[in-house]
Ligand binder design. Structure first.
Ligand code: HEM
Ligand code: HEM
Length: 173
């Protein structure tokens, strides 16, 4: 039940998948800062958690990768015709989940803003580090790419469920 099997993803993989999907969805609300400079309900109540939730996601993605590596040989099999594409797609989603928090932290440290997730000061405000700020500026373009990949991933999952009706969505719920 806790571990994955050939029939379905186990409890821990499903908690990682849906818990992180929720938190990443929350993080993407940061795009709403583009509307009226964030002077609205979303911008004032959900978006101020951005650095804290993003830092939590950094920890979670490390744990998820370790867990996925241990479950590698016991996961539900893919259709051989598309297995390679699926592997590339899932790899890119993992790359996005790693690069987003890493470039976020680089934005904070590179610009000398400090880093204080959940009120715990991990780095104080100070001088910026220019090379880190440069890499951190990739945060926004990668966020757009991740958003596109997530939309594609969700469409494929729904197509499996409603069009192909092959039970691929059910093994993750
Ligand atoms: C999975 C994790 C994360 C996601 C999905 C995410 C997503 C986003 C998005 C969508 C934006 C708006 C970009 C735009 O309007 O062009 C943004 C901006 C920002 N994020 Fe994140 N973020 C994550 C993690 C973090 C972390 C961990 C930090 C800091 C420790 C951080 C700091 C920032 C900052 C300072 C901005 C505003 C500056 C900028 O646009 O580059 N983010 N993020
Ligand atoms: C932030 C949003 C999401 C991300 C980053 C994400 C990422 C992933 C990743 C990396 C996998 C591979 C399994 C793993 O290692 O955990 C996966 C599997 C899966 N995801 Fe998502 N996911 C997201 C949202 C969703 C949503 C909203 C749905 C449903 C509509 C969905 C449906 C599925 C299904 C059905 C699988 C299993 C596919 C298979 O067995 O081959 N995902 N997801």
């Amino acid at each position: 039940m806790i571990h994955d099997s050939k029939e379905r993803y186990g409890g821990i993989s499903r908690i990682f998948h849906w818990g992180m999907a929720l938190l990443i969805g929350w993080q993407l609300l940061k795009f709403f800062d583009r509307i009226a400079d964030g002077e609205h309900w979303v911008g004032q109540t959900l978006v101020p958690w951005h650095v804290s939730i993003g830092s939590l996601l950094l920890l979670l993605v490390v744990l998820r990768i370790i867990w996925a590596a241990r479950q590698r040989n016991d996961r539900p099999p893919q259709n051989p015709a598309t297995a390679r594409l699926v592997a590339i797609g899932h790899f890119l989603l993992y790359a996005g989940m790693v690069l987003m928090p890493v470039t976020g932290v680089m934005t904070m440290l590179g610009n000398g803003y400090g880093w204080t997730p959940f009120g715990v000061q991990l780095a104080a405000r100070g001088d910026g580090i220019p090379w880190m700020a440069s890499l951190g500026s990739l945060h926004s373009p990668i966020a757009w790419l991740l958003l596109i990949m997530i939309v594609g991933h969700v469409c494929i999952a729904l197509a499996h469920h409603f069009v192909k009706k092959d039970g691929v969505l059910r093994r993750m719920v």
